[in-house]
Design a protein around this ligand. Structure first.
Ligand SMILES: NC(=O)c1ccc[n+]([C@@H]2O[C@H](COP(=O)([O-])OP(=O)(O)OC[C@H]3O[C@@H](n4cnc5c(N)ncnc54)[C@H](OP(=O)(O)O)[C@@H]3O)[C@@H](O)[C@H]2O)c1
Length: 256
């Protein structure tokens, strides 16, 4: 492998969940720019088609596939479709997550609790199971789990969400250990506060930013595109000896 093509993804098939906007969209576009065929997935096919069109307009290759990551039957159908269409999967980015409840942890209602677990833990888990099995058939691949700094330091009013992100970090390590033998690497990205629809209540609220920024050495929130480089690294041969790790892209927040 020469140093000039460390990040080349030509011939690779990549699935990015939650890729219709925000961090997932920027990851999908970066993987496509480096040569991967990208399956752009979210609940809304139309929104995914818009991202696919942008990728194609930039000279890349992509397709849209709708999938609700909280629905097991839809996950199964997605991976069956990928296998029958492409016969392989090289890169899986588990990125689609939910955070339906902000507030005191003691008041978390059961339906928000269940929904958060279904998407953020069960969805990542079964996508990883299907992804790792398909990758193993072709000698391996790379799974990247988008977790969060909240998986290390729970976010204020985001108790159940933070718990699920801690589980994703543990899931990353458990899969990394067991899947290394089949050539599947598994790593996590831990974004800090990033300017997306998901985090609008935080990053567009002056009072919240005033409380948060003293704890962020770089004194600003991230733009979604700033998450893509770490994922590109983990997806590519540049990370051929990297598994079970977390990359913090958080402006220094987790330094403490
Ligand atoms: N923004 C932050 O500050 C921040 C910080 C740390 C970690 N993160 C993590 O980064 C990831 C992406 O977040 P984001 O900020 O980019 O959010 P976003 O801009 O709101 O995008 C979320 C994406 O996920 C899709 N989605 C939502 N629920 C889904 C479901 N049940 N099944 C399938 N797709 C679903 C959405 O599309 P549809 O509506 O079409 O389904 C959309 O494409 C998440 O894992 C989040 O926890 C974000």
């Amino acid at each position: 492998m020469s140093a000039t093509n460390l990040f080349d993804l030509t011939g690779k098939v990549a699935l990015v969940t939650g890729a219709s906007r925000g961090i997932g969209e920027s990851i999908a576009k970066a993987l496509a720019a480096y040569g991967a065929h990208v399956i752009v997935s979210s609940r809304k096919a139309e929104a995914c088609e818009t991202v696919v069109a942008a990728i194609k307009a930039a000279g890349g290759s992509a397709e849209a596939r709708a999938c609700h990551i909280g629905e097991l039957a839809q996950i199964e159908a997605l991976f069956q479709a990928i296998e029958s269409t492409h016969g392989r999967l090289d890169i899986l980015v588990n990125n689609a997550a939910t955070n339906p409840y902000f507030g005191p942890i003691l008041d978390t209602d059961l339906s928000s609790f269940q929904k958060t677990l279904d998407v953020n833990i069960r969805g990542y888990f079964y996508s990883s199971v299907h992804g790792a099995k398909l990758m193993a058939k072709n000698g391996g691949g790379s799974i990247i789990n988008v977790a969060s700094v909240n998986g290390v330091i729970p976010g204020d009013g985001q108790g159940i969400y933070s718990i699920t992100k801690a589980a994703v970090i543990s899931m990353t390590q458990a899969f990394a250990k067991e899947c290394a033998g089949s050539g599947v690497r598994v790593n996590a990205l831990l974004p800090g506060a990033t300017d997306t629809k998901f985090a609008a209540a935080l990053v567009q609220n002056e009072a919240v930013l005033k409380r948060l920024m003293p704890h962020v050495p770089m004194r600003r929130v991230a733009q979604p595109g700033e998450m893509a480089g770490a994922v590109l690294y983990l997806a590519s041969n540049a990370a051929s000896y990297t598994t079970g790790t977390c990359i913090n892209v958080d402006g220094g927040y987790l330094i403490g």
